[in-house]
Design a protein. Structure first.
Length: 389
């Protein structure tokens, strides 16, 4: 099968046929129309009647001029009608209108753009700084430069802008004219850091450890027992941690209750807080930190006493466990193996590995004797279980 040849371009057959036919018919009509005047002129020349030659030639020249006029007017009318049709753009570019019209259009467009910019909500602080510099230069030059508004066409009062005060829930105002808060602050990010700040403030009150020397830069190592007592547990929420600090006498209960209510509302509310609520929360937070200025001496004594009790209990429990481990293991292993009679069946969960683990597990009597006993396994009994917060 011969592969069909494909040209890199498309041949417009219809256009060629249309143009060729139109040109042929046009030339044929001109030839037919020229037969009559040619015959008359030829006859006049043979009869030496030259006046008829000028008459016939003049008439045909006037007809040709009149035909060209009609054809030109027709082309002009078509182009005018097409130009009057609506367009998808405004024809105001150079070359489409005159220079004066173009200049007026550009000036009007610049004025509209300036009005749109001056009426759009924006931060007025950069413009106020620029106007203040201009006023300073004017005052040095001897002119009175008291500018209270900004804008060249639309005069905007910075204290009372026409668009009002821009604010969004959960964020501070983007305007720098608000003296209370910095612009573009997300409240949720700050609220999530408050527990760490409270813990850092509480831990910073721990006294230095006397068993360590002071470093070269003048800093001292904090007492580990006091730091452990003042630190927040990983599973403790803000309310339980403030209750812990309040029980130690580090913060007053009223200040802690006021702060934790505002904190929980800001942290867990489905609707973000506004600026007023955030300022109240920060005021309560500052009041809470202001009360955490001194660590009671009884907290230090409590931390040291707990540390000594834990160390003594660890020593006694280790000695008790080491002295009784052999007797407990032998007694329980003997009771287990004595229970295995030839005709008895062991439970389905019993395996040789389980016998070793059971032999290593103390009996209930021994568990009561050992201070650090193994917790009881979970049973299927249901009830109201209280979990620590």
């Amino acid at each position: 099968m011969v592969k069909r040849l494909r040209l890199p371009f498309r041949i417009p057959f219809f256009r060629i046929f249309y143009s060729t036919t139109y040109t042929t018919l046009f030339l044929l009509i001109l030839l037919l129309l020229a037969i009559t005047p040619a015959t008359l002129i030829y006859t006049a020349l043979r009869a030496s009647a030259f006046q008829y030659v000028f008459e016939i030639g003049g008439v045909y020249v006037l007809v040709i001029i009149f035909t060209l006029f009609i054809y030109s007017s027709r082309l002009y009318t078509n182009r005018s009608v097409l130009a009057a049709v609506g367009k998808s753009w405004i024809p105001v570019q150079p070359g489409e209108v005159s220079k004066n019209v173009r200049k007026g259009v550009v000036n009007a467009a610049n004025r509209c753009a300036l009005i749109a910019f001056e009426t759009k909500p924006r931060n007025l602080q950069p413009e106020l700084i620029r106007l203040k510099k201009q006023d300073d230069h004017s005052s040095h030059d001897g002119h009175d430069g008291d500018s209270t508004t900004v804008g060249k066409i639309v005069h905007v009062d910075p204290q009372r802008p026409p668009w009002g005060r821009v604010s969004h829930a959960g964020w501070s105002s983007p305007s720098q004219l608000d003296a209370n808060l910095a612009p573009h602050i997300q409240f949720r990010t700050v609220v999530m850091e408050l527990p760490n700040l409270v813990e850092a403030r509480a831990v910073s009150l721990a006294p230095p450890d006397t068993s360590f020397d002071i470093l070269k830069d003048g800093t001292a190592t904090a007492d580990e027992q006091v730091v452990s007592l003042l630190s927040r547990k990983p599973t403790a929420d803000m309310r339980s941690y403030l209750a812990q600090l309040s029980s130690l006498g580090l913060i007053p209960p009223a200040a802690g209750q006021d702060f934790v209510q505002r904190y929980e509302h800001a942290r867990f509310s489905p609707i973000p807080i506004n600026e007023a609520e955030f300022e109240d929360l920060m005021s309560a937070f500052a009041h809470l930190l202001a009360n955490m200025n001194q660590l009671p001496s009884r907290v230090i004594d409590m931390a040291h006493s707990q540390s000594s009790e834990l160390s003594s209990s660890d020593t006694s429990s280790l000695s008790s466990i080491s002295s009784r481990s052999d007797s407990i293991s032998s007694s329980i292993a003997g009771s287990v193996f004595r229970a295995r009679m030839p005709g008895s069946r062991l439970p389905s969960f019993y395996t040789p590995r389980a016998s070793i683990s059971v032999a290593r597990t103390p009996s209930p009597t021994a568990r009561r004797a050992v201070p650090y006993s193994t917790p009881r396994p979970h049973t299927s009994q249901t009830g109201n279980t209280v979990y620590p917060g």
